[in-house]
Design a protein around this ligand. Structure first.
Ligand code: PMP
Length: 305
């Protein structure tokens, strides 16, 4: 089934949306992106876009940091995205990729004196980490510091770091990398935040450990607290705690909630999905598919009934 893109202020077939080879963002990583999921609910025959507004708030923040003049408000971006997803008409899980980018066809390293544009595209996308429990490796690549490239906003160029870590891990036979911050504390996966379960509490690195402040991370913190009465402690995590935690999992829009089974040839717990992780995963999927009435404010229905 063909897909569509929102490109240069129009909805056009994805296959026709092309940029010139001199586009600034292609050469210097000068763009801010988002990854948003539309989750297909087959019982309701409805597509729910998850936490759409929060994704565009983060895109706006990124554009401020990166001097991109985004000519749409958060509400306008939400409307464009729903219209785009509706036009695509998929009846399976989708991934939406918005991009605010330096669109001038001009060379020269800078952020100023360049034109900006916004595009969005939709693709059908199932599982990102296609495993029930991920086998992980602590990466030899470290997360950049906020004064190197700000990791709290999704600058495309920073993902060179994530790509180095991901490919290193996969070529060595692992599913995902766990990156450390420059100070040696645990930071995050190449496209996911990380949680450990220690003594029945959730423990996750703070933003000071150079993480992306994930929307799925926030979702899990809220759902764990409200549904299970489990609090989350945000604190510096030592590498060795990865090896001694009772349970561990990743969170991310693409990866959803993926349990971690092994880190650096050491089983996490007994290597299977832990009890708290399993419960949280079940709750999470119910919430993102529009199956829990308490959390419907987070779900934007795409198809009109
Ligand atoms: N960290 C990184 C580096 C990511 O790319 C992502 C995916 N956006 C995440 C964490 C998870 O963030 P979110 O839950 O908002 O998708």
């Amino acid at each position: 089934m063909p897909s569509y893109a929102y490109f240069q202020k129009q909805f056009i077939p994805l296959s026709e949306a092309k940029i010139g080879i001199m586009t600034h963002a292609l050469h210097y990583g000068t763009a801010i992106f988002e990854g948003i999921r539309g989750n297909w609910n087959s019982d309701q025959k409805q597509m729910y876009i998850f936490r759409l507004k929060e994704h565009y708030q983060r895109l706006h923040q990124g554009c401020r940091v990166f001097k991109i003049d985004l000519p749409y408000t958060v509400d306008e971006l939400c409307r464009i995205t729903v219209e785009l997803a509706e036009k695509c008409g998929f009846e399976e899980d989708i991934y939406i990729r918005p991009l605010a980018y330096k669109s001038s066809e001009a060379l020269g390293v800078r952020l100023h004196n360049l034109e900006d544009d916004f595009l969005a595209l939709v693709i059908p996308w199932g599982r990102y980490l296609d495993v029930d429990t991920a086998k992980c490796k602590v990466s030899t690549w470290r997360r950049p510091d906020d004064n190197t490239i700000p990791p709290q906003v999704k600058i495309t160029g920073i993902y060179a770091n994530n790509a180095l870590a991901k490919t290193e891990a996969m070529e060595l036979g692992y599913d995902e990398a766990i990156m450390l911050a420059p100070d040696g504390h645990v930071s995050e996966g190449s496209g996911e935040n990380i949680f450990l379960i220690i003594n029945d509490k959730l423990v996750t690195p703070p933003t000071a450990s150079n993480i992306l402040n994930g929307i799925t991370r926030d979702t899990v913190i809220q759902v764990a607290s409200q549904e299970l009465g489990i609090e989350t402690i945000e604190r510096l995590i030592d590498r060795s705690e990865l090896y001694t935690a009772d349970e561990a999992f990743f969170t991310g829009t693409a990866a959803h909630l993926t349990p971690i089974g092994e880190i650096d040839q050491r089983k996490v717990g007994d290597g299977c999905v832990g009890a708290i992780t399993a419960k949280l995963k079940e709750l999470y999927f119910e919430v993102i598919k529009g199956g829990n009435p308490k959390y419907m404010d987070w779900c934007t229905a795409v198809y009109k009934k």
